[in-house]
Design a protein around this ligand. Structure first.
Ligand code: NAP
Ligand code: MG
Length: 406
């Protein structure tokens, strides 16, 4: 056995809850620790610890990502009323993901993990489609009003000196009422989003597609198009040329039609609502939430990796009763390999990147050899040879890894 691969700088490690916490520990003990001189700065974001520290541990973890540049996060419980009772919490703490996203001003990219024995719902998709969702504004930060009856709705803007700059009629309600809604976005947020998308397209070496409805919404969606185009011309055209990738802007309906007919392999930047809806469509078409990773990229270059799914609560309750569970650890494992590879790239330590590649290959070949967890067995063609427990699956990955990495 060769000596363990050394690491120069630490990864910010954020532990989490329930079944994903169990899988987290297995991955570290069975796959990482035996091969890698793993250096992490550990933050326990498990719900108990968040409650004990009044959620300060989440803030500290986000600050640590700013310091070290790269983090990996386990799924965590976002408490609701039931969880407050279950864990006797002081209060309904906010979602750690939301807190970290706000501190890092990041954009979330979701990327499916493909294997050759699970076919996507769309036959032509042979490469992963990465969806990047703008996570600020539009209908998610709206002001709406149920119009009770006849009257006039106007859009008014008054500047900070009190001068009215704009007044336009939205609708004159003549017979009966209806509904109205006011939405906004910020140039700075759209700019951060565009930058994060362009950086991530370069990182992944894939084309960037962005669609909006600027023919109908000439000013609102037109502003998104303008900011993307300006940033691209000013800072990215040359970098994209060098990397051999392209940036395409098309109308959103045209983008959807082209995506459906494509072979995949692009980063699809979506406005907030489009991303909400279309990322779920893309995820389910690729098969399973357990095969979907998620990356938070900040415009300052800080990056955090995680699984796109939750803490798999139902499986955890079975696990607590001593039953074997067949939870799939792929997305959590790929969060780790993503962070490890990024650490290697940042530190210029190629061995670390090679280890991340080898571990991913071992995991993929385990599934492709027909050994998989229950969620994938439902989808596999040809049928699974062996449906295993989480632990058996991790052990098999370790065995496969041993064949190529020693
Ligand atoms: P979930 O944990 O994503 O699980 C929903 C269902 O999806 C599971 O019951 C399971 O289906 C299937 N599933 C998800 N991940 C799987 C895996 N790795 N392997 C096999 N099957 C998997 O969502 P949830 O049960 O609605 O939420 C549980 C907790 O997670 C909540 O407290 C929520 O706050 C939290 N959450 C956290 C994050 C995050 O930290 N990023 C994201 C979402 C939710 P079957 O039961 O049919 O097997
Ligand atoms: Mg959604």
């Amino acid at each position: 056995m060769a000596s363990k691969v050394p690491m120069k700088n630490p990864i910010v490690e954020m532990d989490g809850d329930e079944m994903t916490r169990v899988m987290w520990d297995m991955i570290k003990k069975k796959l990482l620790a035996p091969n890698l001189d793993l250096k992490t700065e550990y933050y326990d974001l498990g719900l108990k610890k968040r409650d004990e520290t009044e959620d300060k541990v989440t803030l500290a973890a986000a600050e640590a990502i700013k310091k070290h540049g790269v983090g990996v996060k386990c799924a965590t419980i976002t408490p609701d009323k039931n969880r407050v009772k279950e864990y006797s919490l002081k209060q309904e703490w906010k979602s750690p993901n939301g807190t970290i996203r706000a501190i890092l001003d990041g954009t979330v990219f979701r990327k499916p993990i493909l294997v050759n024995n699970i076919q996507p719902g769309v036959r032509t998709w042979v490469k992963p489609i990465i969806v990047g969702r703008h996570a600020y504004g539009d209908v998610y930060k709206n002001t709406e009003f149920k119009v009770p009856g006849p009257g006039k709705a106007e859009l008014v803007f008054t500047d900070d000196k009190g001068k009215e700059i704009f007044r336009g009629t939205i609708q004159e309600f003549k017979k009966g009422g209806g509904v109205i809604q006011g939405i906004h976005n910020l140039d700075s947020s759209i700019h951060s989003f565009a930058k994060a998308c362009m950086d991530y397209a370069l990182d992944q070496k894939v084309d960037l597609w962005f669609g909006a409805k600027d023919t109908i919404s000439k000013i609102y969606d037109g502003n998104f198009k303008l900011i993307f185009n300006e940033l691209f011309e000013k800072e990215y055209r040359e970098k994209f040329n060098k990397a051999g990738i392209q940036f395409n802007f098309t109308l959103i309906d045209d983008t959807v039609a082209r995506i459906m007919k494509s072979e995949g392999g692009m980063l699809w930047a979506c406005k907030n609502y489009d991303g909400d809806v279309l990322s779920d469509m893309v995820a389910s078409a690729f098969g399973s939430l357990a095969m979907m990773t998620s990356v938070l990229v900040s415009p300052n270059g800080w990056i955090e990796y995680e699984a796109a799914h939750g803490t798999v609560q139902k499986h955890y309750y079975k696990h607590l009763k001593g039953e074997k569970t067949s939870s799939n650890c792929m997305a959590t494992l790929f969060a780790w390999t993503g962070a490890i590879r990024k650490r290697g790239e940042m530190d210029g330590t190629g061995d670390i990147c090679d280890f991340a590649d080898a571990l991913e290959r071992a995991a993929l070949s385990t599934i492709e050899s027909g050994i998989m967890t229950g969620d994938l067995a439902k989808l596999a063609k040809p049928a699974a040879k062996e449906i295993c427990s989480t632990e058996e699956f991790v052990d098999e990955i370790a065995r496969q890894l041993g064949k190529t990495w020693s």
